[in-house]
Design a protein around this ligand. Structure first.
Ligand SMILES: *Cc1c(COP(=O)(O)O)cnc(C)c1O
Length: 385
């Protein structure tokens, strides 16, 4: 056992499964648990000068520290000078980057096909006098909007359309113009892609999805190189107080031990489901970046190591999609994605995404792929009646 785990460095093993199970574990201490339990503390004993790591519970917490080391080891293995901050939710993490980096008169480039709450963030940014430019994820279309911008926001693969952009190419163009780059890494997870290795300044994600994977925790994080931009993110967390509870942080850390198991199994299941859906006459617009003929595959294969658990497609009508969801037995009708139990929903029921009425986002869980494929094919057949 080396001592770098406690200091945020990589654990001894180099494989991603090994790294996942050991991520963020402290040095062994006789009679202590391997993963210490949640520390419930609003304040800490603090005689004299108020310095040191743990003063007040909105600023720091030892349970967050371990989780932040774990996430950092997965997002940027072996990289020095990288820090991670955990947040109450993915949106808290996203807002912390947007609102700590941008001020009145700045311009930001967002995707126009990204996460559902980005348009809400856009309205707030504009209300604060920030110019917002948008372009689709596909075809690196955001590249044309970079001149004079302060921050580029990338979401690749995009949710729910599963388009992909060339992150390295966009980062190079952005940095040549002095533009910071943040990548929403929620769908890929750090085992799918590592934005910092591709040159991005921030990897930002919702830990609510596959990172924790059990549908029982809301969490967010920002990983970035140490320096003023990350210091501003840390200040923002303190000002807004969008902090995770110790119980959530501990549950998340516990769940990360199985990340590689879950991600590998769910990616294999997603590919099997996508292959089963391909060529079905009632299915259109099938997307999965891991399918060799998917429009995202070429770029995805250059920058991703796993293609995620989300498959999207459309059925001919809203009624057909509703019947399909209704007769699925192994797939819960629910929003969100990334959990060990498969979920699906008709995305159009929320409004906001530019998708057809019959568009379905299916998140493949950890069930046996054969069982899932059989359930999906049976539901397709039954929903035709
Ligand atoms: C869910 C999600 C978010 C928001 O995360 P919360 O934890 O729900 O706040 C942000 N980005 C993407 C891509 C998401 O899927």
């Amino acid at each position: 056992m080396n001592d770098s785990a406690a200091s945020g460095g990589p654990p001894a093993g180099d494989g991603e499964g090994t790294r996942s199970v050991r991520a963020g574990l402290p040095e062994p201490v006789k009679y202590e648990p391997t993963l210490p339990g949640p520390v419930f503390a609003a304040h800490f004993h603090l005689p004299g000068e108020p310095t040191g790591p743990y003063t007040y519970g909105r600023d720091e917490n030892p349970t967050w520290t371990l989780l932040e080391h774990a996430i950092g080891e997965l997002e940027a293995p072996g990289q020095d000078g990288v820090e991670t901050l955990v947040f109450a939710s993915g949106m808290a993490a996203i807002s912390s980057v947007l609102f700590s980096q941008l001020r009145a008169g700045d311009s930001v480039v967002l995707p126009d096909d990204g996460y559902q709450a980005l348009p809400l963030a856009r309205a707030q940014l504009e209300a604060f006098g920030i110019e917002v430019r948008t372009a689709p994820t596909a075809g690196d279309a955001q590249l044309a909007l970079l001149d004079g911008a302060k921050l580029l926001w990338i979401e690749s693969p995009s949710n729910p359309g599963l388009d992909v952009c060339d992150i390295g190419r966009l980062v190079e163009a952005a940095h040549a113009r002095g533009v910071l780059v943040a990548v929403d890494n929620t769908l890929a997870t750090p085992l799918g892609q590592r934005p910092l290795a591709l040159g991005a300044d921030f990897s930002v994600a919702s830990g609510t999805k596959q990172l924790t994977g059990h549908g029982d925790v809301l969490l967010g994080y920002v990983t970035g190189r140490s320096g003023e931009p990350m210091a501003a993110v840390r200040r923002w967390r303190k000002i807004v107080g969008a902090i995770p509870g110790p119980m959530e942080a501990w549950l998340a850390h516990r769940s990360i031990a199985t990340l590689q198991l879950r991600v590998d199994r769910q990616s294999a299941g997603a590919l099997a489901v996508a292959e089963a859906l391909r060529g079905r006459p009632e299915v259109s617009g099938l997307r999965y970046p891991g399918l060799p003929d998917d429009p995202s595959h070429k770029v995805a294969s250059q920058q991703m190591r796993r293609y995620g658990c989300v498959v999207s497609f459309a059925l001919p009508t809203r009624a057909r999609a509703e019947r399909f969801l209704d007769v699925l037995r192994l797939v819960d009708e629910a929003t969100s994605f990334g959990g060990v139990r498969s979920t699906a929903e008709r995305r159009g029921r929320w409004g906001g995404d530019a998708v057809p009425e019959g568009f379905i986002r299916l998140s493949v869980g950890a069930e046996d792929a054969d069982d899932l494929v059989a359930d999906v094919l049976r539901a397709l057949a039954e929903s035709a009646r």
